[in-house]
Design a binder for this molecule. Sequence first.
Ligand SMILES: [Zn+2]
Length: 427
Amino acid sequence: MVYNEVERTDRDEMRSMQDERLRTTVEHAYENVQFYRDALDDAGVSPGDIDGIDDISLLPFTGKEDFRDHYPTGLVAVDREDLRRIHASSGTTGKPKVVGYTEGDLQLWGEVMARSLVTAGVEPGHTVQNAYGYGLFTGGLGIHMGCETLGANVIPIGGGQTGRQLELLSDLGSDVLTCTPSYALYLAETAEKEGIDPREWNLSTVVIGAEPCTAPMRAEIEEALDVTALDIYGLSEIVGPGVSMECEAKDGLHVWEDHFYPEVVDPETGDPLPEGEEGELVFTTLTKEAVPVLRYRTGDLATLTREPCDCGRTMVRMSHVTGRSDDLLIVRGVNVYPSEIESVVLEFDEVAPYYRIDLRRDGQLDTIDVTVERSEAFDGDDEELAARLRDRLQTVLSLSPDSLDIAPPGGIERTETGKVKRVFDHR
Ligand SMILES: [Zn+2]
């Protein structure tokens, strides 16, 4: 089932729609945003040079720093009185990235979110327990609007309140839960501690997002909650959640490319990469009014494919984002992604699916300390377990951690609201 027939559009037709929408977007950005007028002028490109998608690489990139440099509303292309909503990203350093929406933008967002929910198997009348945070963060309200657009019954509980979440999952018979993958695991763990069996719930699906999730982590969630877990992707600079969504084929996430055009580029040079090669995801909005965005560099690493999908949707698919180019840790000259450490942790039943990475600098030398958590069921020897983990990490990372500590069950801090923090870089 699809929410909108456009999801099965013939590829040639899609391309001509994108060509036309790109021309309009470039004109709109050039006419109404000083930043884009300057950037295009500097690149020696005029809106008239852009006939369609084939010319997209002539356009300059937009970066995170451009949102910050033009804080708060320098990238807004419409009059203030035409804005209907403002969201902002939770910037960990400096000013947040502020984004605005017109009435049309909110409708568009509701539509792509409704498509995403249907792609996850949600139907009108289903009850969706929305455990993403409400507020300036786009997660909560984005999912919420999608439920309303679709005609699903949304429970706006937001993040945290784990006891209440469990109570509502039992008492209201929620069909679908939406939350971060780390929180899904935490809910499962808390349920187990309290003697609650998720198999007695009505819950069939968890829509996970806002954090990267490795395949073993997803399997862990599906097993622990007895559900299908499907990945949703988005970012506030483009619209919020609902830029792309994984379908039941579990073979990548369909990008709603009639509104958001994806490219993959070499993270170092910015050169476009051929289909199938991994690189940095870049998005251009094709219909946004308040904040049109040209070639936004997400920092997320993925591949794209236009091969037909079993679900019948024709829209391009992106692979799961397992790392961000800015997650990359360089330790003594070796490239390490936290997701690689996660995959090792999840291979071992003797440890819980939690870990912590601490990076320090000792003189000129980087040090990396990994802490994992013994699972309740494991009653073997910690030192012997640590040695096996260390061996496995050496094989996967080509680097052995300086220390590998095994914490007692519950010894690693859990995240109940917001995004999980696993890497602590003290350098
Ligand atoms: Zn599909």
